[in-house]
Ligand binder design. Structure first.
Ligand code: HSE
Length: 436
């Protein structure tokens, strides 16, 4: 068989990493595949900038059609990111019978159904290992190695930028803003970090993981998403005193007739393995009924780790082609006609422990008023900290609740915040310490 040819859309950081991986490990790739791979075309609007890699003449093109409509190309790697024009390019490539590899989590989380339907109709593969957890092989673990399991939960630290910021805030007692600036200076955070710090990137990833684990579509619009920009150094300190760490946790749970899919800052016990995942690293904890709790850890972003995931997908498709198997593993891990449409449980219905930090005046009866209001809404206090404080007109009262319903907590907070003893909005952080 002649060489399997692949083309790239987008020659940025990850594209350059893909070329480096392919060139440096060409011998290993050939030994594992038993056949030649050929980097046939790269399309990018910028064909002038030196990326520090050597390409054969004629490989680089400013015309996307040279990849997506080129009869020589078998596999198209999409590394443009975002919804458009990436989606149109992918759909056209599929219509032209190309297999697709993409790192585009936003596109797959929001428009995945349309792409998958088109690919199934054409009998081509769409692989997206690089979309979640960078180099961590989480998607193939769910779809292949652990595919005999029923998963009850998938929890992850899925954004290196947020984890870097929270780790620094924890280690140095710093506030959010200067640490974000440092992350930007180091190149970890984008110039516009909104998608990362407001949890959107994490939400895309947990939507995909939940769909893969639980065999359902996930309506991305229904995924509750709260980022880390309101986390204060003081809450990290109180969490520490109580034996917890604060992480931006992505949570997916299978409740049978419903799923929970949510992203928010979460306090987890310091003794948990997830609490030890620091800096830009990612980790995902799966619980399968036969494998049990399983943690995958590694580089969640970056040129080389992401390129490793992309090239793994290119080789998986190549192996299918070489053996004559058409799309051996279904795109979402379940046969398309077996995928459910489970609703996402409303946030008001979730049950959790809660960390609540009230900012109040220091007067007799304040605590009684807060506790009374919580009790009225069926919320039981598990522990409390009222530190010595020097600003008499504004003191923190920190409470940890037993499990409570979110709707009850939100009703109680509305009532408490209407009291004249409260001087600032209350800080609420959900607590996860009953991992299944
Ligand atoms: N921006 C992401 C992160 C990596 O900070 O982890 C790409 O999803």
């Amino acid at each position: 068989m002649s060489a399997i040819k692949f083309g790239l859309l987008g020659f940025g950081t990850i594209g350059t990493g893909v070329v480096r991986n392919f060139q440096r490990n060409a011998a290993t790739i050939k030994k594992r595949l038993g056949s030649e791979l050929e980097l046939f075309k790269i399309a990018d609007l910028d064909i002038e900038t030196d990326r520090g890699v050597e390409l054969k003449s004629g490989v680089l093109s400013a015309d996307v059609e040279d990849v997506i409509s080129n009869p020589e190309v078998d596999i198209v790697i999409e590394l443009i990111g975002g919804y458009e024009p990436a989606k149109s390019f992918i759909l056209k490539a599929i219509a032209n019978g190309k297999h697709i590899v993409t790192a585009n989590k936003a596109l797959m989380a929001v428009h995945g159904q349309e792409i998958i339907t088109a690919a199934d109709q054409q009998g081509v593969s769409v692989l997206f290992e690089a979309a979640v957890g960078g180099g961590i092989p989480i998607i193939s673990a769910i779809k292949e190695n652990l595919c005999s399991n029923e998963f009850s939960s998938v929890l992850g630290i899925l954004n290196g930028t947020c984890n870097f910021i929270l780790t620094k805030m924890t280690e140095e007692g710093s506030d959010f803003a200067p640490v974000l600036q440092e992350a930007q200076d180091l190149g970890y955070a984008e110039a516009d970090p909104t998608f990362d710090i407001e949890g959107v990137d994490t939400a895309h990833k947990i939507a995909l993981l939940s769909a893969l684990c639980f065999g359902t579509t996930v309506d991305f619009e229904q995924v509750y998403t709260e980022g880390i920009s309101n986390i204060a150094a003081i809450d990290i300190q109180f969490a520490k005193q109580m034996g917890y760490k604060i992480k931006l946790l992505a949570i997916g749970k299978n409740l049978g007739d419903k799923i929970e899919v949510r992203v928010h800052p979460t306090m987890i016990p310091g003794s948990y393995q997830l609490a030890e995942v620091n800096g830009v690293f990612n980790a995902i904890r799966l619980n399968g009924d036969f494998v049990g709790p399983t943690l995958l850890y590694g580089s969640g972003a970056g040129m080389d780790a992401t390129a490793s995931a992309v090239m793994g997908d290119v080789m998986a498709i190549s192996r299918d082609q070489l053996s004559g198997a058409q799309s051996r593993v279904p795109i979402m891990g379940y046969r398309a006609d077996q995928i459910k449409s489970l609703p996402i449980k409303a946030m008001s219905e979730i049950v959790s422990h809660y960390y609540l930090r009230f900012t109040t005046v220091d007067q007799p009866g304040v605590l009684a008023k807060i506790a009374g209001c919580l009790g009225k809404h069926d919320i039981s206090i598990q522990s409390m900290i009222q530190p010595e404080w020097h600003e008499a007109d504004s003191i923190p009262i920190v409470l940890m609740t037993h499990t409570a319903k979110e709707i009850d907590v939100s009703r109680a907070l509305t009532e408490i915040e209407a009291l004249d003893i409260i001087s600032e909005p209350t800080c609420l952080i959900r607590v996860e310490h009953d991992l299944d």
